[in-house]
Design a protein around this ligand. Sequence first.
Ligand SMILES: [Fe+2]
Ligand SMILES: [Fe+2]
Length: 135
Amino acid sequence: MALMSWSDNLSVNIKEIDEQHKKLVGMVNDLHDAMKMGKGNDVTGKILTGLIQYVGTHFATEERLMKTHNYPDFVKHKAEHDNLTKKAIELQKQHQEGKSVLTIELMSFLKDWLSNHIMGRDKAYSPFFNGKGIS
Ligand SMILES: [Fe+2]
Ligand SMILES: [Fe+2]
Protein backbone atom coordinates (compact mmCIF):
# COMPACT_ATOMS: atom_id res chain seq x y z
CA MET A 1 0.00 0.00 0.00
CA ALA A 2 1.17 3.48 -0.80
CA LEU A 3 2.46 5.59 2.05
CA MET A 4 0.65 8.70 0.86
CA SER A 5 -2.25 9.24 -1.42
CA TRP A 6 -3.31 12.32 -3.29
CA SER A 7 -6.64 13.79 -2.39
CA ASP A 8 -8.40 17.00 -3.32
CA ASN A 9 -7.77 18.48 0.09
CA LEU A 10 -4.10 18.70 -0.92
CA SER A 11 -4.99 20.84 -3.92
CA VAL A 12 -3.76 24.44 -3.93
CA ASN A 13 -6.02 25.19 -6.88
CA ILE A 14 -3.13 25.99 -9.24
CA LYS A 15 -2.71 23.36 -11.92
CA GLU A 16 1.06 23.49 -12.38
CA ILE A 17 1.68 23.33 -8.63
CA ASP A 18 -0.82 20.53 -8.07
CA GLU A 19 0.92 18.49 -10.79
CA GLN A 20 4.27 19.00 -9.09
CA HIS A 21 2.86 18.10 -5.68
CA LYS A 22 1.34 14.93 -7.17
CA LYS A 23 4.71 14.00 -8.59
CA LEU A 24 6.34 14.56 -5.20
CA VAL A 25 3.76 12.35 -3.49
CA GLY A 26 4.47 9.69 -6.14
CA MET A 27 8.22 9.92 -5.54
CA VAL A 28 7.82 9.61 -1.77
CA ASN A 29 5.72 6.49 -2.41
CA ASP A 30 8.34 5.07 -4.79
CA LEU A 31 10.98 5.54 -2.13
CA HIS A 32 8.77 3.93 0.50
CA ASP A 33 8.06 0.97 -1.80
CA ALA A 34 11.75 0.47 -2.54
CA MET A 35 12.58 0.52 1.15
CA LYS A 36 9.77 -1.90 1.96
CA MET A 37 10.94 -4.29 -0.75
CA GLY A 38 14.32 -4.29 0.91
CA LYS A 39 16.14 -2.63 -1.97
CA GLY A 40 19.70 -1.69 -1.18
CA ASN A 41 21.01 1.73 -0.34
CA ASP A 42 22.17 2.20 -3.92
CA VAL A 43 18.59 1.93 -5.23
CA THR A 44 16.94 3.96 -2.45
CA GLY A 45 19.78 6.46 -2.61
CA LYS A 46 19.09 7.09 -6.30
CA ILE A 47 15.38 7.60 -5.67
CA LEU A 48 16.14 9.89 -2.76
CA THR A 49 18.56 11.95 -4.86
CA GLY A 50 15.92 12.28 -7.58
CA LEU A 51 13.34 13.31 -5.02
CA ILE A 52 15.57 15.97 -3.51
CA GLN A 53 16.36 17.32 -6.98
CA TYR A 54 12.69 17.51 -7.83
CA VAL A 55 11.93 19.20 -4.53
CA GLY A 56 14.46 21.84 -5.59
CA THR A 57 12.73 22.29 -8.94
CA HIS A 58 9.36 22.54 -7.24
CA PHE A 59 10.48 25.06 -4.61
CA ALA A 60 12.05 27.17 -7.37
CA THR A 61 8.73 27.16 -9.26
CA GLU A 62 6.82 28.36 -6.21
CA GLU A 63 9.43 30.94 -5.28
CA ARG A 64 9.50 32.33 -8.82
CA LEU A 65 5.72 32.67 -8.78
CA MET A 66 5.77 34.36 -5.37
CA LYS A 67 8.50 36.79 -6.35
CA THR A 68 6.89 37.67 -9.68
CA HIS A 69 3.68 38.63 -7.94
CA ASN A 70 5.18 40.13 -4.78
CA TYR A 71 3.56 37.57 -2.52
CA PRO A 72 3.59 39.15 0.96
CA ASP A 73 4.58 35.95 2.79
CA PHE A 74 7.49 35.17 0.46
CA VAL A 75 10.26 35.47 3.04
CA LYS A 76 8.65 33.11 5.56
CA HIS A 77 7.65 30.67 2.86
CA LYS A 78 11.15 30.57 1.39
CA ALA A 79 12.64 30.12 4.86
CA GLU A 80 10.48 27.03 5.31
CA HIS A 81 11.67 25.70 1.92
CA ASP A 82 15.30 26.34 2.88
CA ASN A 83 14.81 24.64 6.20
CA LEU A 84 13.19 21.59 4.65
CA THR A 85 15.93 21.36 2.02
CA LYS A 86 18.63 21.51 4.67
CA LYS A 87 16.96 18.77 6.71
CA ALA A 88 16.42 16.58 3.63
CA ILE A 89 20.08 16.87 2.62
CA GLU A 90 21.14 16.05 6.17
CA LEU A 91 18.97 12.92 6.15
CA GLN A 92 20.31 12.00 2.73
CA LYS A 93 23.83 12.20 4.11
CA GLN A 94 22.92 9.91 7.00
CA HIS A 95 21.29 7.56 4.54
CA GLN A 96 24.42 7.44 2.41
CA GLU A 97 26.38 6.58 5.53
CA GLY A 98 24.08 3.58 5.93
CA LYS A 99 22.57 4.38 9.30
CA SER A 100 19.89 1.75 9.61
CA VAL A 101 17.46 3.60 11.88
CA LEU A 102 17.00 6.12 9.15
CA THR A 103 14.39 4.35 7.06
CA ILE A 104 11.39 4.96 9.24
CA GLU A 105 12.61 8.34 10.38
CA LEU A 106 13.26 9.44 6.83
CA MET A 107 9.93 8.25 5.47
CA SER A 108 7.87 9.79 8.23
CA PHE A 109 9.83 13.02 7.91
CA LEU A 110 9.24 13.20 4.15
CA LYS A 111 5.59 12.33 4.42
CA ASP A 112 4.94 14.77 7.25
CA TRP A 113 6.75 17.71 5.80
CA LEU A 114 5.22 17.25 2.41
CA SER A 115 1.67 17.09 3.70
CA ASN A 116 2.15 19.71 6.43
CA HIS A 117 3.84 22.15 4.10
CA ILE A 118 1.26 21.72 1.35
CA MET A 119 -1.67 21.92 3.77
CA GLY A 120 -0.19 24.91 5.60
CA ARG A 121 2.12 27.32 3.80
CA ASP A 122 1.25 26.27 0.27
CA LYS A 123 -2.52 26.34 0.64
CA ALA A 124 -2.20 29.77 2.24
CA TYR A 125 -1.12 31.27 -1.11
CA SER A 126 -4.10 29.95 -3.09
CA PRO A 127 -6.46 32.92 -2.52
CA PHE A 128 -3.64 35.34 -3.39
CA PHE A 129 -2.72 33.67 -6.70
CA ASN A 130 -6.27 32.74 -7.61
CA GLY A 131 -7.12 36.43 -7.06
CA LYS A 132 -4.50 37.28 -9.68
CA GLY A 133 -6.10 34.92 -12.13
CA ILE A 134 -3.57 32.12 -11.65
CA SER A 135 -5.16 28.72 -11.26
FE1 LIG B 1 4.76 23.14 -2.65
FE1 LIG C 1 5.98 25.74 -0.66
